[in-house]
Write a protein that binds this ligand. Structure first.
Ligand code: NAD
Length: 282
């Protein structure tokens, strides 16, 4: 039987509608605005598209736009100065430094200038530590989106065997930590894993975040498992993921498509993080 397709677009739309109400309530009860600063350095076309859609959807949710744009030859000091100004501005609730940065910049040092209460991407060293210690803070958006999708589908995480494929600071590692906090039994597979299928076939939930086109096929999925595809690849036939969707959906019980699965959830969680940041600061 073909798998149920998990509709990330529909859930993201619902979450953004709810957020609009919550943002309005926050503004009325505190008398304070909520603002998001996207910081874009250079003219990478994909980054421009991502930053534009984050700005458009945040404005729709009632969040003020404090976008900053710097030239591609901006120095480390100039970007640091822009981040420091936004950090000091009380109208800015959240700061997002759009990645990747031009190669001459030290991305880690710049990310770490963002105060943890404004770190809506959850990528600073302090936010990573707060996640690891499970204390209050802002968590990375894509992992949050994956958890929201699984919970909305009623997937039991407590006690479940979950395999996360990928161990990046952006997706795999924080996702593994969030899943541990949900009491899942978590295995993290990565580029040096010897037998990927042996790991994934033990799992009730398989989450692919390797950045390898169609890495996961039917032979990696046990009957009835849930499959979440974080990967994004632009091909001649359009967007696709790390999972061979047509093969895996013959075996899985539920599966996310690309596009329309995890992608829209990432932006919805960014906007939710911006409200949470404003709440942390008030
Ligand atoms: P990354 O390149 O930083 O990390 C990839 C990880 O996958 C590494 O830890 C590596 O060890 C592992 N890996 C690589 N090849 C593997 C293999 N053959 N077998 C097992 N593991 C392997 O990438 P990232 O930033 O974590 O992103 C991963 C994918 O998710 C990319 O396709 C990216 O475009 C996508 N992404 C999507 C969203 C979204 O909103 N949907 C957000 C962020 C990233």
């Amino acid at each position: 039987m073909a798998a149920h397709i998990i509709d990330g677009k529909a859930l993201a739309t619902r979450l953004r509608e709810q957020l609009r109400t919550d943002v309005e309530q926050f503004k009325q009860s505190t008398g304070r605005p909520i603002g998001l600063a996207t910081v874009l350095v250079g003219d990478n076309p994909a980054s421009e598209v991502y930053a534009d859609s984050k700005r458009r959807l945040s404005k729709q949710a009632g969040i003020e736009d404090h976008h900053r744009r710097l030239p591609k030859d901006a120095t480390q000091e100039q970007v640091a100065h822009a981040l420091d100004e936004l950090a000091a501005n009380p109208a800015v609730s959240g700061i997002l430094l759009q990645l990747p940065l031009p190669a001459h910049l030290d991305a880690t040092a710049l990310i770490d200038r963002i105060p943890w209460e404004k770190d809506v991407d959850g990528l600073t060293t302090i936010s990573a530590g707060r996640l690891a210690r499970n204390v209050e803070g802002l968590r990375p958006c894509t992992p949050l989106g994956v958890i929201s999708l699984l919970e909305n589908e009623g997937v039991q995480l407590q006690g479940a065997n979950v395999v996360v494929i990928g161990r990046s600071d952006l997706v795999g590692k924080p996702l593994a930590q969030l899943l541990l906090q949900k009491n899942a039994t978590v295995t993290v597979a990565h580029s040096k894993t010897k037998d990927l299928a042996a790991a994934t076939l033990q799992a009730q939930v398989v989450i692919a975040a390797a950045g390898v086109l169609h890495l996961i096929g039917a032979e990696h999925i046990s009957a009835g498992a849930v499959v979440i595809d974080v990967g994004i690849h632009r091909t001649e036939d359009g967007l696709t993921g790390d999972v061979d969707f047509s093969a895996a959906s013959t075996v899985a019980s539920k599966i996310t498509p690309v596009p329309g699965g995890v992608g829209p959830m990432t932006i919805a969680e960014l906007l939710r993080n911006t409200l949470k940041a404003a709440q942390l600061q008030s």
